[in-house]
Design a binder for this molecule. Structure first.
Ligand SMILES: Nc1nc2c(ncn2[C@@H]2O[C@H](COP(=O)(O)OP(=O)(O)O)[C@@H](O)[C@H]2O)c(=O)[nH]1
Ligand SMILES: [Mg+2]
Length: 330
């Protein structure tokens, strides 16, 4: 397709507007855009995969965007090209993130070697995650060797940022009580680096203490499959402390994982996971779009709600209708 040739060529040449258009295409929910989007992603795949995919998670207000501004600038100063993608359902709802992130990443957004893309709005979380994963491929093909995904790590497994990144950084604020929340929700298991953030002024001592305490707790837990313990750091984007240490810890872990082959293994597992997810979602869409199923759905839901039909029998009935197109309906 002619349009696609031009878009792909422009994207590969590093044209940021073209990258923006390409991302809009993969975010599109329109059926007619899907073929083109799939085509484009397939073409980009051979040119992707060389760079680091980094997740930055933490509750809203943890300082993710501000830290990414600092880290991103430090990476660019060292000759890297940095793309920042935000998945933040809360800000998509209020519509406030775009403005907020632009001001928090003011310097970064002005640099020619950076690309910042706010949350896709609309669509279900599964769709957002899907679009973000494809967007990573597009950014890499456009020449960004660091793709940073900012997400609220509030336990929304649907976001599955862990399913698309090589390394994850969790931001905590000492004394906010979220150390334990993070533990409970299993977020800490997927964190390679945990940063006690906003460690400036009076908060510095508190952050150092929290780091020591958490180290003690984590040392009691069994080793993760990687055989590696999470690195614990203290940082402040405001006074700049700890940022270079964070950058170098990330670089070192990534190099180790590249060398050991675990990045490749992890990405292969992630791809299979997304294949399964895409099939699940596709089947559900087919099922819900089936007219025979639709005609029967309301009655079946009523029956399940009032207890006259078991949910399993109901599902079975609907699935039979789906498979037979209603032919076996008595
Ligand atoms: N004291 C201090 N405040 C910070 C720091 N980083 C961010 N903030 C402030 O915390 C608030 C939330 O920051 P933001 O980066 O938007 O958090 P996000 O929601 O996690 O992306 C803003 O008012 C920032 O100015 C820091 O290192 N120190
Ligand atoms: Mg933010």
């Amino acid at each position: 397709m002619h349009d696609l040739d031009a878009l792909f060529a422009a994207l590969r040449s590093g044209d940021r507007a073209a990258l923006g258009r390409a991302i809009t295409l993969v975010e599109s929910q329109r059926e007619s855009d899907r073929t083109m989007a799939n085509d484009l992603v397939s073409r980009c795949m051979p040119y992707s995969g060389a760079g680091l995919r980094l997740g930055i998670t933490g509750i809203p207000g943890a300082g993710k965007s501000t830290l990414i501004e600092a880290l991103g600038n430090a990476l660019i100063d060292r000759g890297h090209r940095v793309a920042v993608l935000a998945i933040d359902p809360s800000s998509a709802r209020t519509g406030g993130s775009i403005l907020g992130d632009k001001t928090r990443m003011e310097r970064l957004s002005q640099r020619t070697l950076a690309f910042i893309r706010p949350s896709p709005t609309g669509g279900h979380l599964g769709g957002v995650a899907h679009a973000t994963r494809e967007t990573i491929i597009l950014c890499e093909a456009a020449g960004y060797d660091h793709v940073i995904v900012e997400t609220v790590g509030a336990g929304q497994s649907e976001l599955e940022v862990d399913g698309m990144t090589d390394l994850n950084v969790l931001l905590l604020i000492a004394g906010a009580g979220d150390e334990l929340q993070g533990m409970k929700r299993g977020i800490m298991e997927s964190a390679d680096v945990i940063v006690f953030n906003k460690a400036d002024g009076d908060a510095k001592v508190r952050a150092e203490n929290a780091r020591r305490e958490l180290r003690g707790v984590l040392d009691l837990l069994p080793l993760r499959p990687s055989g590696r313990k999470a690195e614990l750091l203290v940082a402040s984007a405001q006074d700049g402390s700890g940022i270079d240490e964070l950058r170098s810890v990330i670089a070192q872990r990534y190099q180790e994982d590249r060398a050991s082959g675990s990045v490749a293994v992890r990405r292969a597992e992630q791809s299979l996971h997304w294949l399964d997810r895409a099939i699940d979602l596709g089947l559900r869409d087919l099922f819900q779009g089936n007219t025979v199923v639709q005609q029967r759905m309301a009655a079946v839901r009523d029956a399940v709600r009032n207890g006259s039909l078991s949910p399993f029998a109901a599902a079975e009935e609907l699935l039979v209708l789906f498979r037979t197109g209603g032919a076996l309906r008595p």
